[in-house]
Design a protein around this ligand. Sequence first.
Ligand code: ADP
Length: 401
Amino acid sequence: MKILVINCGSSSVKYQLMDMEDEKVLAKGLVDRIGIEGSMLTHKVNGKKYIIEEPLKDHTKAIKLVLDALVDKEHGVIKSMSEISAVGHRVVHGGEKYAESVLIDENVMKSIEDCIKLAPLHNPPNIVGIEACKELMPSIPMVAVFDTAFHQTLPDYAYMYPLPYDLYKEHGIRKYGFHGTSHKYVSKATAEFLNKDLDSLKIITCHLGNGASLAAIKYGVSIDTSMGFTPLAGIAMGTRSGDIDPAIVTFLIKDLKMSTEEVDTLLNKKSGIYGLYGKSSDMRDVKKAGFYEHDERAMLALNVFHYRIKQYIGSYIASMNGIDAIVFTGGIGENSFENRNGICEDMDYLGIKIDQEKNNNAVGIEADISATDSKIKVLVIPTDEELMIARDTNDIVNKLN
Ligand code: ADP
């Protein structure tokens, strides 16, 4: 069974075609700059890259180009579209309705639309992507895989904010959490790596990319996570502030006379690592400047980044009443030994110690980087959200037959 995974952003479509017999990626790629001048498709097969530049006015045109590339005589990987058995769509927000992935029908579409108010930037392009696929492949089953679903197991005392209860009841203001597909994949892969039953493990997964979040996963179930009502909450990120005193928002509006749009931009796009360092949000630049060129502002940004992650780790150990493994993933977590080191430094009281050599050698691979006398396993597990989406889609579609 071949499954197409689609991840639609406002001006982009990421895709991956997988053969579920052996979970092999047959082709993958990205359509960029949809609706903007210079739109193009980058299509990759067996490490070879094909670039097709073509004006693409909307997502339907973009997905049509992807389908054409997949069946192309030269760089295609299937003979006809009928070989695609199902499409798995990444959908950012499923609200409280979806704790699992679901086969898309009219009711599901309506629910995803209802969640637009909770994810105004993300759900609309996800919907556009689903509609485009329905138009191009009307008879192929489609599955929605939600970023929020994995965290629907949080207990009420973890997801409720201490705000007037009606805000939750009437407006859905609560913690939802994001990156769920990645946290789920990584927790499962951790159990496999350790050769243990997931139901017996207490794990903290640290998904550290441009956006970043931690999850406390107790016996296979997410019991807390650092992102909240929106992906702005939690640890400091590339350009997002993460947790701050909420009174800062009213101060910015009242005393500094900023508009709500300006505050929104400041917190989402001008804060975090970028806000503190001032020159870049890319961790490669920041760590080079901080660790190797001794730039003080870069070092401050790194210290804030590490300190806040440490605090979350400590609090999640308390939340779970113990821990077996801390797992690093995402662009920073998978590749940067310097950041892993900064986070795990001086954590020996909690039984966390990493082996420098193992840590230095773990770049983009599954690895155990804990010191031999570390009570807690510290691991690097590369995430694979597309594979998780394909697996969920495969499971749901198999049950139809
Ligand atoms: P996204 O959230 O956009 O999916 P990724 O998970 O791809 O992001 O992570 C992107 C981040 O990973 C960037 O900040 C990038 O600088 C960082 N990164 C990638 N490789 C390294 C590395 N070797 N060292 C430090 N940071 C890295």
